[in-house]
Design a protein around this ligand. Structure first.
Ligand code: BV8
Length: 260
């Protein structure tokens, strides 16, 4: 595709994306762990710090991993949940809130479980992989509330007695039906889809940009590293989302001011 960038975003690429957005009536944004990196949250495939350095997160984030060692998996999520409590949205999250106020309709579809889009003020957020601050029991998914920090092992469900687990989607588990349906509908009906901070490795989320391309949406990849999506995108903004998304929003605001 003619206007893709592979040497970092120059102003022309940013203006091109602003041009797409100025004509869009519906915009979808698919985000991954990368958008939270500048809030101090390690991405999913970063070398895990501390105790987790020797474990593959894709083994920990599974029902089998949890059943094999409930205290260890529980403590891994407790460590991540604590990290998130102090985390603040960064300029990338905030730029999406600004964008929501400039385009007619914007939906954030996130693979992240950190709640930072909602903390930033995004009004329409679809959580594909659940949330680290929600809990339900392993056997029957009875909801659990007020789960304290620092527990060494999973508490038990007060209804059925099975272990409480984080309310996230583990590998090998189906995504919440309504969230996935909504994400597909938005990606198939949006004029522009921004793909921000994802390695594009995890399915079925990674197929959403392909579905958008099939419906002739303009797809923009925002990532400091090239991914499988970068090559398919109309524009590849090779930069951290916290620095380039505010530039895109400013360029759009200038464009709107000129044409109003
Ligand atoms: C399912 C919650 C079926 C838990 C997560 C084909 C079709 C269907 C399934 C599969 C398939 N092939 C394989 C599968 C199975 C599997 C899968 O995709 N495996 C992969 C590894 C190959 N998929 C599943 O199991 C899914 N379930 O399909 O079920 C089914 C159907 C019916 C009945 C039963 C089953 C479930 C997947 C969900 C797993 N849960 N999270 C938790 O977090 O603990 S996924 C996890 O990875 C996170 O949510 C994370 O968001 C997600 C994706 O990773 P990324 O977000 O992309 O993060 P990553 O670290 O990889 O990349 C970060 C990027 O940011 C990098 O590119 C980096 O360059 C960039 N970056 C860095 N800094 C910045 C930046 N970008 C911008 N700015 C910066 N500053």
């Amino acid at each position: 595709m003619t206007d893709k960038q592979d040497n970092g975003p120059d102003q022309a690429a940013i203006e091109a994306v602003a041009g797409y957005l100025s004509k869009a009536s519906r915009v979808a944004v698919l985000t991954g762990a990368g958008i939270s990196k500048e809030s101090g949250i390690p991405t999913f495939r970063d070398a895990q710090t501390g105790l987790w350095a020797n474990f593959n997160p894709e083994e920990l984030a599974t029902p089998q991993g949890f059943m094999k060692d409930p205290p260890m998996v529980w403590q891994w999520y407790d460590y991540r949940r604590k990290l998130l409590m102090d985390a603040q949205p960064n300029p990338g999250h905030c730029a999406l809130v600004d964008l929501e106020n400039v385009v007619p309709k914007l939906t954030v579809i996130t693979q992240n479980i950190d709640g930072l889009h909602q903390k930033a003020g995004s009004k329409d957020v679809v959580e594909l992989h659940g949330s680290i601050i929600s809990f339900f029991c392993f056997d029957k998914r009875h909801p659990a509330v007020d789960v304290p920090f620092e527990l060494k092992e999973p508490p038990k469900c007060t209804v059925c007695g099975s272990m409480i687990r984080p309310g996230v989607v583990w590998f090998g588990e189906a995504l919440p039906h309504e969230a996935l349906e909504r994400a597909i509908k938005e990606c198939e009906s949006s004029d522009v889809v921004l793909v921000v901070g994802t390695s594009g490795l995890v399915q079925p989320a990674a197929s959403l940009p392909i579905m958008a391309l099939r419906r002739n949406a303009k797809v923009v990849d925002v990532n400091p590293e090239a991914t499988a999506i970068s090559d398919l995108a109309h524009v590849f903004l090779k930069a951290p989302s916290g620095s380039v998304l505010p530039q895109v929003v400013s360029a759009l605001q200038r464009l709107k001011a000129k044409t109003s």
